[in-house]
Write a new protein. Structure first.
Length: 20
């Protein structure tokens, strides 16, 4: 679950990261 939060934080800066 903690990993999902990290992705969510990066999503604000780089939405493309979420796609990967």
């Amino acid at each position: 679950q903690h990993g999902h939060i990290i992705l969510n934080s990066m999503h604000k800066y780089q939405p493309r990261v979420h796609i990967i």
